[in-house]
Write a protein that binds this ligand. Structure first.
Ligand code: NAD
Ligand code: WQD
Length: 343
């Protein structure tokens, strides 16, 4: 079977994707510098799929190290590039770190892929490129305008997409699939892998599960005066396992579809927007836990409402995110209990 190189494969979305790839029979080599993940994740993956992926602890922006990996695995037929720094707040404080890491690693990867005649790339982008779509563009499809990024992190995703498009223009052998994720949440149903946020979580669901576990005293809901039915912000929360499966479909499509374009873009979301207050209610219903929360002021830079039009991915990739939200939230809580040793 074909081998896929997964950069950032010990990270949150990467590890779930490695599981799905291996379950579909792909061989996998992970490269990760463990800047935001642990080598123990490999054991979790192995416990789920009964074999270990190959692993190299290297930085993707190191040409020599990455070149060595491609030499060692001449059967690589495609790459999924997750490796990036992803904390929005940190990117505002340390923009150069974000530009260097997120742009440098992609440039190095494209150079090394070309050297080894590997032409299939799947890239992790984000709905952040759409900013706040106007009403006519909700739900947001792939043709909606890209808006000026609100953070250096968001800007790196936009520039990454431009780098891919420019390189594909120059090198007609390169094929790329750009996946724009909405809000990935949850954990593998086994609770053997999941999200491991660093320090105080910035994202909603890890904050909810840590509050439920008693690690945080109370969840702060950032604003209830938005122009939405209950006043809180709306997002498209997508189960990380559904998201991981989309990557396998994207790889299958790149390797086998006859009519594919050179660069294709897909929104990966459920197609349904949920408000913060709705997500809290769903979490309570899924777990039986009463979640302490309080309404506070708006968080600077927050988008009011955005959710995906995923029809293109549904139709072209034959993929749909259809795990019920309460199952997704239950998986996140099971994972939190697992890592905190809560019965
Ligand atoms: P993550 O931090 O859990 O995983 C990223 C992995 O990449 C980590 O294991 C980290 O150690 C590794 N890494 C970072 N820089 C590296 C480098 N230079 N060389 C080698 N390894 C490196 O993040 P995630 O949530 O799994 O996100 C994966 C990708 O998806 C990222 O590109 C992120 O920007 C994108 N994305 C994430 C979200 C989200 O909400 N989680 C949403 C949209 C897009
Ligand atoms: C979701 C909602 C908050 C925490 C971020 C990145 C974006 C993308 C996805 C990578 C918002 C509210 C949150 C809390 C709250 N990542 N909230 N209390 O804002 O959609 O986007 O992750 O590409 O780039 O910016 O996700 O999980 O931070 O917030 O009320 O303690 O939850 O205001 O409405 P967001 P989030």
């Amino acid at each position: 079977m074909a081998r896929i190189l997964v950069t950032g494969g010990t990270g949150y979305i990467g590890s779930h994707t490695v599981v799905e790839l291996m379950e579909q029979g792909y061989d996998v080599t992970i490269v990760d510098n463990l800047s935001n993940s642990s080598v123990d994740v490999l054991d979790g993956i192995a416990a789920i799929v009964n074999r270990k992926p190959k692993f190299a602890n290297i930085d993707c922006s190191n040409f020599v190290d990455l070149d060595n990996v491609f030499r060692q695995f001449p059967d690589i037929v495609g790459v999924i590039h997750f490796a990036a720094s992803k904390a929005v707040n940190e990117s505002v404080e340390k923009p150069l770190l974000y530009y260097r890491n997120n742009l440098g690693s992609l440039c190095t990867l494209l150079e090394v892929m070309k050297l080894h005649n590997v032409s299939n790339l799947v890239f992790s982008s984000s709905c952040t490129v759409y900013g706040q779509p106007d009403e006519a563009h909700l739900p947001v499809d792939e043709t909606a305008p890209i808006q000026k990024a609100l953070s250096p992190y968001g800007n790196t995703k936009q520039i990454n997409e431009e780098i891919i498009n420019d390189e594909a223009h120059a090198d007609k052998n390169l094929k790329a699939t750009i996946l724009r994720y909405f809000n990935p949440i949850g954990a593998h149903p086994s609770a053997l892998i999941g999200e491991l946020p660093n320090g105080v979580p910035q994202n909603l669901l890890p904050y909810i599960t840590q509050t439920a576990a008693g690690i945080r005293p109370i969840l702060k809901v950032f604003g209830n005066d938005y122009n939405t039915p209950d006043g809180s912000c709306i997002r498209d929360y997508i189960y990380v396992v559904d998201l991981a499966k989309a990557h396998v479909k994207a790889i299958d499509h790149m390797l086998h579809a006859k009519d594919r374009g050179q660069v294709e873009v897909f929104n990966l979301g459920t197609g349904t927007g949920l408000s913060v207050l709705t997500l809290i209610k769903e979490f309570e219903a899924a777990t039986g836990i009463k979640l302490p929360y309080t309404i506070v002021g708006r968080r600077e830079g927050d988008i009011e409402q955005v959710w995906a039009e995923p029809r293109k991915a549904n139709e072209v990739l034959g993929w749909k995110a259809d795990t019920p939200i309460q199952d997704v939230l239950a998986s996140a809580w099971k994972w939190e209990k697992h890592i905190r040793n809560i019965k």
